[in-house]
Design a protein around this ligand. Structure first.
Ligand code: GLN
Ligand code: ZN
Length: 768
């Protein structure tokens, strides 16, 4: 009998109940007990729902009030000293203080800042190649550990009331250390022996609770780790082997490559492999694994939203099942944290598209079906398997999915599409003769404050409360207002302000063919923040112009240049749930051609400067560095296809907020945008070092205004930042602008801040 389990389930709730409870708690509107009660209800309802899926092991420990890595820090007692409230036992307060920089809005007696109740929040970073972000553990020479298992034990007791056969999940010690950062010049690996003793202590408590199996996640096994880290894994599992628990070592998000044999030989009771991304490693794994070990295969994709090909999986899995028998476990490939909760909640989604999809709940249904087919024979599930086959067939053959025109356009892509006629230096001279900009030109990144009025107008349009004409008039009013303000501020290159956009990807997705949108397809990005990625299901094309009317209207109001504003193909791709039936490159090229058409239409309409935002360029960099060049090659080519069809006199800008260019600077240069604006203010311009070292040839706008903060930077601060920039980059290559869009800020902050920025630029022009 194959055993069924999963590695983790979304915790936000099908209606984002957790988010709302968290935010109410932070606002002081509900008590800690009420927050905990909501959390317990969510766990309960998840478990009860999961009883339908004939799971052999029930997962606990996948819930979190903020983040599972932060939970691990608290589990092992690694809490930054600055967040510990002296005296009082305020565990949850400390927890949120590390997560958010403060516990509750009204909280006052922080260890660090008595006036605002704020401490510095823990750093947040991307969880492998997903859009989830975790709180980075902090280590110093002084780091010590102590076990705090109460939360986990409490959840285990909760689940034990409902089910037998419970499998807690925790992050493994080596991955935990890997994910953290040394805050001094200590070596975090030296903490391993002490940390292991905490795990040993925990295991004893779990064994006392009657736990047999423990899922221990070591996803760093899918990364390129050096000998030291490989040794650390060996040391760790030698030590942990001495407990009474059976460990299921889990890996996900990719292939193990050089770590495969190591993973198979670690002294644990079972290994989980991602059989979606690393299916070809399953066979060698079976030969490496000793016969007393369980092999858990992640056969349902835990990161996408498509129905699985159940018949195909069974065909592949059945012989493996025959060979392994009860040693075979099956599960989704990763935690289901990265997909929306339940397709059932979607009442407005086009039924045809809906029939192709599976969210977390449906993925467990699929798993259950596979289990029944393997254990009771295919004949017991003929009908649902046939239904699955038909759904996949419909999707493959649907005219909604394929558009032959788009396909032939993509097939005809050649290098010349991505090339401008002259090199940057010549273009720059030509552009200057048209644009006539001063030195240190000033501009913004696109969006201006999204006021309540603007949001209300968009909402009214969505609900059909106002008609198209009323909507357009109202938006044009906002544009006019925005242009007027920019005149008064004295900016050189203006923007229309993006009032019409709810989100930089969703806006374009809604206007392009090939995208669908859910009502409740939320996925946790961090803490209480959830995103609702568009579903990219079909060939992408642009039925009509998407931004030209707004940009032209803005341009008609001013003698100054208005910069057209678009989202780039890689960002649209990386922030959507994308197709699994063609390569990412093909999908990206389709988006590129659609946005290219928009670029050319803007140019035709007299817009001389066009910005193509690629905020998410880095997001899907492969986990293995060896695959970076391939990804970057097609991603950059897609950007070039989008941008480079214009005349040389048209100036192309790009914008990337997420800093860190060191390892991709060549790719950035290959984009060949005339101007790149980046987020630099917090790094004190250090991010420019790599541009300097590389001799980056084109123009750069290093952000001088930190838009994440309500603070209004003064002239001197921005002047100093620009002077630092000018030490690294020749003045004639520099622009002056904020770090990012201003949509989350208020006009009262933005106007004085930008006025100061313009003053700083003026001072720079006369030599500071
Ligand atoms: N043009 C967008 C804006 O200003 C860019 C946002 C982003 O890069 N995240 O809002
Ligand atoms: Zn940005």
């Amino acid at each position: 009998m194959a055993q069924l389990h999963h590695l983790g389930f979304p915790r936000i709730g099908n209606k984002r109940q957790l988010k709302f409870a968290q935010e109410k708690f932070w606002a002081g509107e509900i008590t800690e007990d009420q927050l905990q009660a909501t959390a317990a209800e969510l766990r309960q309802s998840n478990w009860i729902e999961q009883q339908d899926f004939s799971l052999n092991l029930h997962t606990v420990g996948d819930f979190s009030l903020y983040d599972q890595v932060l939970d691990t820090s608290f589990l092992v007692g690694n809490i930054p000293t600055r967040a510990k409230q002296s005296g009082e036992d305020n565990r949850l307060g400390n927890y949120f203080r590390v997560a958010r920089g403060r516990s509750q809005k009204s909280s006052c007696c922080s260890a660090v800042n008595h006036e605002t109740g704020e401490t510095q929040a823990g750093e947040m970073t991307k969880w492998f190649n997903t859009n989830y972000h975790y709180i980075v553990p902090e280590f110093t020479q002084q780091t010590t550990f102590s076990l705090n298992a109460n939360d986990l034990l409490k959840q285990i007791e909760e689940l034990q009331k409902i089910n037998e056969n419970i499998k807690p999940v925790i992050i493994g010690p080596v991955t935990y250390l890997w994910l953290g950062k040394e805050k001094d010049n200590s070596n975090k690996l030296e903490l391993l022996p002490d940390l292991l003793e905490i795990y040993v202590e925990l295991f004893a408590l779990l064994a006392e609770k009657g736990i047999e199996w423990l899922q221990i996640d070591e996803p760093i096994l899918v990364l390129e780790i050096n000998n030291q880290w490989q040794n650390a894994l060996q040391i760790a599992y030698q030590r942990l082997q001495q407990s009474n628990l059976k460990l299921l070592l889990t890996t996900y998000f990719g292939e193990l490559k050089d770590n495969l044999q190591l993973a198979c030989e670690l002294p644990v009771a079972g290994l989980h492999l991602d059989a979606i991304n690393a299916r070809h490693e399953v066979e060698p794994a079976i030969t490496y694994l000793s016969e007393d070990k369980v092999l858990s295969l992640g056969v349902i994709n835990g990161c996408n939203i498509w129905k699985s090909d159940l018949n195909g999986i069974l065909e592949w899995l059945t012989p493996i099942h025959h060979k392994l028998q009860q040693r075979l476990w099956i599960a989704p490939s990763s935690s289901l944290l990265h997909v929306p909760v339940d397709l059932q909640s979607e009442h407005k989604l086009d039924p045809e598209i809906k029939s192709w999809l599976a969210f977390a709940t449906q993925k467990l249904q699929e798993l259950s079906l596979l289990g029944t087919a393997l254990n009771n024979g295919i004949t017991s599930v003929i009908a649902p398997l046939e239904e699955n086959r038909l759904a996949l067939q419909n999707r493959r053959n649907s005219t909604r999915v394929s558009n032959p025109k788009v396909q032939s356009r993509v097939a005809a892509i050649n290098a010349s599409l991505g090339k401008r006629k002259q090199v940057f230096k010549q273009r720059a001279a030509l552009q200057q003769s048209y644009l006539n900009l001063p030195n240190y030109p000033t501009t913004t990144i696109g969006s201006f404050p999204q006021t309540n009025d603007i949001r209300a107008t968009r909402r009214a349009k969505r609900l059909g409360e106002i008609n198209e004409v009323q909507y357009k008039n109202s938006m044009k009013e906002s544009i006019k207002c925005c242009i007027d303000e920019q005149h008064q501020i004295g900016l050189d290159v203006l923007v229309h302000g993006e009032a019409e956009r709810n989100d930089m990807v969703e806006y374009f997705g809604e206007l392009l063919d090939g995208f669908a949108f859910t009502q409740f397809g939320w996925v946790q990005s961090y803490g209480s923040r959830c995103v609702k990625p568009p579903l990219l299901f079909g060939d992408v094309c642009r039925p009509r112009a998407m931004t030209v009317e707004w940009a032209s209207y803005a341009q008609s109001l001013t003698e100054k240049q208005v910069k057209g504003m678009l989202t780039g193909p890689v960002t649209i791709l990386n922030w959507s749930f994308v197709r699994d039936d063609q390569t990412l490159q093909t999908t990206c090229n389709q988006i590129a051609l659609a946005i290219r058409d928009e670029v050319l239409d803007l140019e035709k309409a007299g817009i001389n400067i066009i910005q193509i935002d690629e905020a998410a360029l880095r997001e899907k960099l492969p986990l293995h560095r060896s695959k970076w060049p391939e990804y970057l090659a097609w991603a950059i080519q897609a950007f070039r296809i989008t941008a480079n069809g214009v005349e040389d006199k048209t100036q192309i800008h790009t914008h990337m907020c997420y800093s860190e260019f060191n390892d991709i600077i060549e790719a950035i240069a290959a984009m060949d945008a005339d101007v790149i604006t980046i987020e630099t203010s917090r790094s004190d311009m250090q991010l420019l070092d790599v541009f300097e070292a590389f001799n980056y040839p084109n123009a750069i706008g290093p952000g001088v205004y930190d838009i994440h903060s309500p603070n209004i930077p003064n002239i001197e601060q921005m002047l100093q930042l620009m002077k630092k920039a000018a030490q690294r980059i020749p003045a004639e290559q520099l622009w002056v602008n904020p770090d990012c869009g201003l949509k989350t800020r208020h006009w009262q902050e933005v106007i004085p801040a930008l006025k100061n920025m313009v003053e700083a630029a003026k001072l720079l022009r006369i030599g500071g």
